[in-house]
Design a protein around this ligand. Structure first.
Ligand code: 6V0
Length: 367
């Protein structure tokens, strides 16, 4: 510091803008992809990393710090001690147990509950005003657990939900239509715990077209998702602000059922495929979580399908405290509001049945 000499008669520094701090808990494949996306997108002034493995944690911290010359200035710190997360604006939880051979799904959730009991209380203690973003799977149940353990108001506890799956869908449809994925909009409003198929019948150019679009809403690291799948259904898609079906009608283009079905299948299978090929998913969830961090911390008021406390919405009874993916307006206060999308009776019933199933699972957790 002696290298620099202050100007003579310089005024004292003016109060600086409040610094933004993000903590990432779990520095595995997903946590590190999120961390590096946060750095490259300049989303935080300070990034704190926490993991149970001190050597790996320090190695990851040094590796990121060594890129300082190529990145916006961000202070990077890491420690297994949660004190390092003090005064975070956003805590992103990616730590999670993987299913072991012969383990029941409920046992896996119980192990993750035990893990969250170690993680959430110290986060709350050191950052009582933070937003919590849960990425670990099964994301809906773990977001509920994080909410219960934190004692935070529900708007401040969010699960990454189907935000990534919507990106997968947008990519595949955009690729097919040869447009930019950012121009593809989808309303996400249904989450279910079983594999669902919904037919939306449309009369188009005299043809009876069955338009099927749905997708699975969680990455499968374990076989858990057979029970805890979140399935998001899109019955409304627009490209460049134009509803797809009416656009097709206008341009007299018949959409083949097989094409739509292949996109649907590709979305459903995309996470499995990545895991089969490289062992895990990381980059896309990194960008997905960073997009949520940006909307939250920069108060963007953008709409994302995220896991939120769904009781009271779409006829879910007030005593069903479950977290499901619904389209939410996100800002500095967390979930600012939930988009009110029209659901058919069948869709509402399905949503309520999902809520009931999740609620039953949660009842067995003893939390
Ligand atoms: P990973 O590579 O096994 O990393 C998990 C990390 O957590 C490891 O570094 C562990 O050391 C650490 N950890 C374990 N216990 C603790 C603890 N008590 N305190 C601190 N750290 C701990 O897993 P990966 O990074 O691939 O996945 C992490 C989680 O993200 C999993 O639950 C995935 O299922 C989930 N994903 C969620 C997605 C989504 O869309 N929501 C997408 C992809 C993965």
């Amino acid at each position: 510091r002696a290298f620099f000499r202050p100007l003579q008669q310089a005024a004292p520094p003016s109060p600086t803008k409040r610094q933004t701090k993000i903590s990432v808990i779990g520095t595995g494949n997903v946590g590190m992809a999120i961390a590096q996306t946060i750095l490259t997108q300049d989303l935080a002034d300070e990034l704190a990393l926490v993991d149970a493995k001190p050597d790996k944690l320090r190695g990851e911290m040094l590796d990121l710090q060594h890129a300082a010359a190529f990145l916006p200035r961000t202070k990077i710190r890491a420690s297994p001690d949660y004190a390092v997360t003090t005064a975070s604006d956003l805590c992103i939880i990616t730590a999670g147990a993987r299913q072991i051979a012969g383990e029941s799904r409920l046992d896996l959730v119980q192990r993750n509950l035990a893990l969250f009991r170690e993680i959430v209380p110290p986060l709350v203690r050191y950052s009582p005003d933070a937003l919590l973003l849960v990425v670990s799977n099964p994301v809906d149940v773990l977001t509920y657990i994080a909410w219960k353990l934190s004692g935070f108001p529900p708007n401040r506890v969010i699960g990454s939900g189907t935000n990534l799956d919507s990106s997968r869908f947008r990519f595949l449809l955009a690729d097919h239509l040869e447009v930019n994925a950012q121009d593809v909009q989808i309303y996400h409003y249904l989450v279910d715990v079983a594999y669902l198929v919904t037919h939306i019948h449309c009369e188009l150019l005299g043809l009876f077209i069955i338009f099927l679009i749905l997708m699975l809403g969680c990455d499968i690291v374990s076989g858990l998702c057979n029970v805890l799948n979140s399935v998001a259904l899109w019955s409304s898609i627009s490209v460049g602000g134009v509803p797809v079906l009416s656009s097709l009608e206008k341009h007299q283009i018949a959409y083949e059922e097989e094409v739509l079905e292949s996109i649907r299948k590709a979305v459903v299978e995309s996470a499995y495929e990545v895991i089969r090929l490289k062992g895990y998913t990381s980059w896309a969830i990194g960008y997905s979580a960073a997009s949520l961090a940006r909307s939250l911390l920069r108060d963007q008021h953008s709409i994302h399908p995220v896991s939120l406390l769904a009781k009271g919405f779409y006829g879910i009874p007030d005593d069903r405290e479950v977290f499901l993916s619904l389209p939410a307006r996100l800002g500095r206060g967390g979930v600012l509001s939930v988009a009110n999308v029209h659901l058919t009776d069948e869709e509402s019933n399905r949503l309520r049945s999902s809520a009931a199933t999740l609620w039953e699972i949660q009842q067995q957790l003893g939390i």
